[in-house]
Design a protein around this ligand. Structure first.
Ligand code: ACO
Length: 430
């Protein structure tokens, strides 16, 4: 706690509010005692100026375009690390030693299986159910299978379920994909890498041998690292809020998946591809840019803008470069959508409307193009994101439960409804 403070004057009353600083980034005015002392709440729809918790996991400087996991710049992790190494880092705060990593990788790749009953859940879904709809249901249902080890006050149970979730998410996402494809599920193979297994479970069939494409594995590893965490975004805050009531981890992550699905959040990668398909050709770009600027038109340039980044999203920069590499080596070499995306970005970045509002491409602007080049269908994009973000969600869930300050998340409101009135029976209402 620093000895700095802010002064709030309310009529004759002067209130000193402590300023609490972090290790980096903006400090906070601690308003927790405000209501008790003044009878007033603060009001901040959409949390524009509110830090909802303390966290040591991820640091973002949106103006400078900086993203770090546990202090490590995203560019270094993207270049050198594996997704599982990053997952370990997010959960435990330090990069694993060689021995720790071997053990972690072994545990994760040996908990990939689902109970057979869970696989049968998929049969009940409509043939074209959205993968995210299936994932919300199936992940939530895991609590019905592991109810004997979900004591959230037990640190060993917490870690066990965090690992379980990371291990089983690819199997669940791939089973959702197979359901849509009308194919038999492929069970996980514990001898294969985490990312390779994900590709195998999606694209292998029971009638032919399957070779994991090293370029696809590399690209997916990178996308998963970039998507692994992003501090208190909508889905992570959802996980924390649900978890704050003491709910079990599977229910929390299922709620996170539901939140991620929205097109303003993780659903944007699917929406970007739909938008690019809708625009169709370079000569139509100006028409869509005009629509995005028109306040009477609900159309927004998907994959553009971010609540925190008022500069180029560092993840988008990395993905854009990888896009070239993946497309060059894939059958999608002359992908017209990539050309279209590059041109759209160029036009938008030179347009006064986008410049004035600091609207830059975000992580989702290019990720969909890579997923498509890897033959992953549009409706699976957000499901892939959910698999990767599980590492971040479980890390935040554990951090919250270990925080001695944590209590149930219960925001207040500014009531603007009717004042007290008298009930009239329906027979007397005209
Ligand atoms: N296209 C056109 N205009 C936009 C866009 C966009 N994509 N994004 C923001 N704006 C405009 C708004 O209309 C607003 O203009 P105004 O000041 O004239 O009213 C201004 O920019 C600020 O926008 P807000 O909506 O206030 O910004 P906010 O921080 O609330 O929203 C969000 C951020 C939701 C990401 C928004 O930029 C958006 O909808 N983008 C498209 C969806 C998207 O790509 N989401 C993915 C985000 S990354 C992720 O979740 C992984």
């Amino acid at each position: 706690m620093s000895d700095q403070h802010a002064i709030l004057t309310l009529g004759d009353e002067i209130l000193r509010l402590n300023i609490v600083n972090g290790t980096e980034g903006p400090g906070t005015i601690d308003i927790a005692p405000l209501y008790k002392q003044t009878g007033l709440f603060t009001r901040d729809p959409g949390f524009l100026s509110t830090a909802s918790c303390n966290s040591q996991i991820t640091y973002i400087d949106g103006d400078a375009g900086i993203l770090r996991y546990r202090g490590y710049p995203i560019e270094q992790l993207a270049e050198h690390a594996s997704f599982l190494e990053v997952a370990y880092l997010l959960i435990h705060g330090e990069l694993p030693t060689r021995v720790e990593f071997a053990e972690f990788e072994h545990v994760i790749t040996n908990h990939t299986m689902l109970k057979e009953g869970l696989f049968r859940f998929f049969e009940g879904f409509h043939y074209d159910a959205h993968p995210m709809a299936m994932m919300v249901g199936v992940v939530g249902s895991l609590s019905a299978f592991y109810h004997d080890t979900i004591d959230i006050h037990n640190p060993e149970h917490r870690i066990r379920n965090a690992y379980r979730l990371i291990a089983k998410m690819p199997t669940i996402a791939a089973a959702a994909y197979k359901h849509n494809a009308g194919e038999l599920v492929i069970y996980p193979n514990n001898q294969v890498s985490y990312i390779g297994n994900m590709l195998r479970m999606m694209f292998a069939t029971h009638c032919e041998p399957y070779q994991i494409d090293p370029l696809a594995e590399k690209a997916l590893n990178l996308l998963f690292i970039l998507h692994a965490d992003h501090e208190q975004n909508a889905s992570t805050s959802t996980v924390r809020l649900v978890g704050s009531s003491g709910a079990n981890p599977f229910a929390c992550i299922s709620a996170g998946i539901a939140s991620l699905w929205g097109p303003a959040h993780g659903g944007a990668n699917e929406a970007v591809l739909n938008m690019l398909n809708q625009i169709g050709s370079v000569d139509k770009i100006s028409e869509y840019i005009a629509r995005a600027k028109d306040k009477d038109d609900p159309f927004r340039l998907m994959g553009f803008g971010h609540r925190v980044y008022k500069n180029y999203d560092p993840r988008a920069k990395i993905i854009r470069d990888v896009c070239y590499a993946v497309l060059e080596q894939s059958a999608d070499a002359n992908n017209p959508l990539f050309e279209l995306a590059l041109r759209l970005e160029e036009i938008a970045l030179n347009d006064d409307y986008f410049i004035a509002r600091n609207l830059y491409p975000n992580v989702d602007f290019y990720s969909g193009i890579i997923y498509r080049a890897l033959n992953i269908p549009e409706n699976m994009f957000t499901a892939m994101f959910a698999v990767a973000r599980t590492a971040g969600w479980v890390s935040h869930w554990i951090e919250m439960l270990e925080d001695p300050e944590h209590r149930i998340g219960r925001p207040r409101q500014l009531y603007q409804g009717a004042q007290q009135r008298v009930y009239q029976p329906v027979s007397q209402r005209s």
